[in-house]
Design a protein. Structure first.
Length: 383
């Protein structure tokens, strides 16, 4: 039997397909495995046997891998997965493959999913399973707007090209703390303008166009209307975008489960008050049929039957009645404080990179950017 590679795109298809039948064998060390691992709604079997153990005690390690199953191996870079794959093939395993490019190809993977097409416009959600985050692309008549791109800019450029589009705007819902934004590089490589709010981007070391509350963005030939709505709280400059009164791209303001944390900037009380006001005066009064498109998810059960991370505002308010039912600012601040937890130390650095105030090389960015987000205000609804 020949050992073959597989790609992160294939892995995403398997872990999101009911009844997928394979064993994911992660051969990184235990620490790396517990820090960041492959996740998916239909990933039924995963084992972690470090490749160094295969070197030292081959028979014992091989015995830990289930026989008669499809084995899909993942490692840090590719080499050790291949090494273990050869061992398994030599021991008679029939269907063994290794992840080409290693775990970082999973960490950077963007899985495109069409949300809807209407009147010549197309809206896509780009799911990043390695970060549990979502970016978005809206296309019309050969132009594309991107919302909250991550640093895999090649993906967005290729996607735009494949759809015959030029990227005209890259809109940031806020200064991200949990992943490195691709807006700056995308703007440099495509000429797209960066849109962001002064409250978050003031002092940034690159050019951006400040967004105002209720400002409207259009494509040069008409098409869907994109309206900015200032929704401060998660950050003081958090901005949501309403598309044709059908969709609301909220960044880290409204999630399907929970809401975005207002404590990441070290001003939990002040920003909690901003968020409470945003929820009461802006979000809750919006049309209940508006479909919310979040910047993050916490759990795969948030994925709907169409495999999108999306739900109506009405459903979200019902599902999170414990949060939306809070009636006073003081109670809301208390709720946030009770649910506060430490944030990864790297977030402070990521913010600086995203404001252009810290330059780090590609390899360092890769390390900083890997790992799941910690953006929700509460762990409610988890697992
Ligand atoms: Fe965020």
């Amino acid at each position: 039997m020949e050992l073959k590679p597989y790609k992160a795109e294939e892995l995403y298809a398997w872990v999101t397909t009911a009844g997928s039948d394979f064993v994911l064998l992660d051969v990184r060390n235990n620490e790396e495995f517990s820090r960041f691992k492959v996740e998916g709604p239909h990933l039924a079997k995963m084992v972690n046997v470090p490749y160094v153990d295969f070197i030292e005690k081959e028979e014992e390690c091989v015995a830990q891998v289930p026989r008669g199953e499809k084995i899909r191996i993942v490692c840090a870079k590719e080499g050790s997965a291949k090494y273990v794959g050869e061992i398994l093939v030599n021991h008679g395993f029939a269907d063994v493959r290794y992840l080409a490019g290693g775990i970082k190809t999973w960490g950077n993977l963007l899985a495109p999913k069409r949300v809807e097409s209407w009147k010549g416009a197309e809206l896509y959600q780009f799911i990043r399973p390695g970060k549990a985050s979502c970016s978005y692309g809206l296309m019309y008549a050969g132009e594309m707007m991107i919302f909250d791109p991550s640093r895999n800019v090649e993906f967005y450029k290729n996607f735009a090209q494949a759809h015959g589009c030029r990227i005209i705007l890259t809109l940031e819902t806020h200064l991200q703390a949990d992943y490195i934004s691709g807006s700056r590089q995308l703007a440099a490589e495509t000429g797209a303008r960066i849109i962001g709010h002064d409250n978050d981007f003031h002092g940034a070391a690159f050019r951006y166009q400040p967004v105002g509350d209720e400002e409207i963005y259009r494509f040069s030939q008409g098409g869907p209307e994109v309206k900015a709505v200032l929704t401060p709280g998660h950050t003081p400059g958090s901005t949501s975008y309403v598309i044709d009164n059908k969709y609301l791209i909220t960044g880290d303001t409204v999630f399907i489960l929970s809401i975005g944390r207002p404590d990441l900037g070290g001003k939990a009380e002040e920003w909690s008050k901003l968020l409470f006001k945003t929820l009461k005066t802006k979000i809750e009064g919006m049309d209940a049929n508006l479909t919310i498109l979040p910047g993050h998810y916490m759990d795969w059960k948030e994925m709907n039957a169409r495999q999108l991370l999306a739900d109506t505002l009405g459903n979200i308010k019902k599902r999170n009645a414990g949060i939306y039912g809070i009636q006073t600012e003081a109670d809301f601040v208390r709720f946030i404080q009770e649910n506060m937890r430490a944030q990864p130390e790297v977030y402070a650095q990521i913010r600086k990179v995203n404001a252009g105030l810290l330059e780090v090389d590609d390899e360092e960015q890769e390390i900083m950017d890997l790992g799941k987000n910690e953006c929700a205000a509460s762990a409610m609804g988890r697992g």
